[in-house]
Design a protein around this ligand. Structure first.
Ligand code: DHB
Length: 391
């Protein structure tokens, strides 16, 4: 097979890039190890920066994000049992959209199908070749066991946090940066009405909790847990008790409960690979960097990478000038590190590690008080949460 851009990974990042390239007439093939159904059922975060929404809408991905997405103009930071609402519209004249990442995937996959895009699901990439030349290649095996070799001009690794592509980069001239956290998130989906109009990020002596939403009838919630927690040890009653005690307060705020139909433990860490490229291969999204979920930057950051790489590829194919491609890694990394800082900051301010140093737990409360009691502090959080302008 021969194409211009070979894309390894058909999650939201790979499909968005494929979609944008196809729209400008740049040929591409997407190869994805999982099947459509598995990705569709992989629950991830649900907050889109307005720029991510704009990328979907402007590029003609069907407008379900506008009709089914829910605009949020703020969040509630809850600590010491008290609510502290932040109004993003008032603070920074911005909003975010609650729209689940798996719905973004469904919409992008449908758009690629509608436009007759070449997306191969259930197809495993086994080898990358000639990355340092002008004709990188990769081999993959499809679901029938048939083997293919794809010749391209540029190869893109969009294959997630356990990226095969990233692991094919040589050890020389590269560096990995990472932080491991002593906790994880226990995530649930429940058939219940909304407990509050906006998302609640709660710091409590029992650990962090996030009260998010999916629709009028389905809600998404998380609570900080041990990374080795087993979901089978948690009955519905036990989960509701744990969530409730993390949002308890003198105001008597009570979660609206319902049947829990999905339970998962999400491990999390901070990770960055530098540079995000090697020869003619470029990493986008989780393949190049991972953020902890607090603040929901993962997909937004992946889309920002897509935008930078798409513009570089567009420039390369229209002028044969590679300078933007050479600049991709540095340009994308600037935003990556801002998002790493924000995600780390939100995580450390809101979580309480088991065996936490009591000083550190009190310090985090002092920080939350500093942020919420000052308009500048609120604006700093609001600006980062709603997303910096795309470069
Ligand atoms: C969701 C996840 C997040 O990590 C976050 O910060 C906000 C919302 C969610 O799944 O809805």
């Amino acid at each position: 097979l021969k194409t211009q851009v070979g894309i390894v990974g058909g999650g939201p990042a790979g499909l968005m890039l494929s979609h944008l390239l196809a729209k400008t007439g740049i040929e591409n093939i997407v190869v994805e190890a999982r099947d459509h159904e598995t990705i569709r059922n992989t629950h991830r975060a649900g907050i889109l920066e307005s720029q991510a929404v704009k990328m979907l809408v402007d590029s003609g991905v069907e407008g379900r994000v506008l009709t089914h997405g829910d605009k949020h103009a703020g969040i509630d930071l809850r600590f010491n049992g008290e609510s502290h609402p932040l109004d993003f519209r008032d603070l920074v004249d911005a909003t975010v959209t609650l729209y689940a990442q798996n719905e973004v995937f469904v919409d992008l996959a449908a758009a690629r199908k509608r436009d007759a895009g070449d997306v191969r699901y259930s197809s495993e990439v086994t080898e990358l070749l000639d990355l340092e030349t002008d004709t990188p290649k990769f081999r993959f095996t499809d679901e029938t066991g048939a083997e293919f070799e794809v010749h391209c001009d540029v190869l893109v690794g969009a294959d997630g946090s356990r990226s095969f592509c990233r692991r094919q980069m040589p050890d020389t001239n590269r560096k990995d940066f990472k932080v491991e956290y002593p906790f994880a998130w226990f995530g649930i989906l429940t058939e219940a009405p909304k407990s509050a109009p906006e998302l609640i990020y709660a710091n409590s002596p029992h650990g962090f909790a996030l009260i998010s939403q999916r629709s009028e009838t389905v809600q998404r919630m998380y609570f900080q847990c041990d990374p080795n927690e087993n979901v089978d040890d948690w009955s519905q009653d036990r989960i509701w008790n744990e969530l409730q005690r993390r949002v308890d307060g003198p105001d008597g705020f009570t979660l609206k409960t319902g049947n829990i139909f999905d339970k998962t433990v999400l491990k999390f860490r901070s990770f960055v690979r530098e540079p995000l490229s090697h020869g003619r291969m470029f990493l986008i999204g989780d393949a190049g960097h991972t953020v902890p979920p607090t603040g929901a930057k993962g997909l937004n950051l992946a889309f920002a990478d897509v935008k930078v790489l798409f513009e570089a590829l567009d420039s390369y194919y229209s002028t044969q000038n590679e300078s933007l491609l050479h600049g991709y890694s540095d340009k994308a990394l600037k935003r990556v590190w801002k998002a790493q800082n924000f995600s780390y900051w939100m995580t450390s301010m809101l979580h309480t590690p088991v065996d936490a140093d009591p000083f550190m737990a009190k310090r985090a409360l002092g920080e939350l008080d500093t942020v919420t009691s000052s308009r500048y502090g609120q604006q700093y959080l609001a600006e980062s949460y709603t997303g910096w302008p795309h470069a």
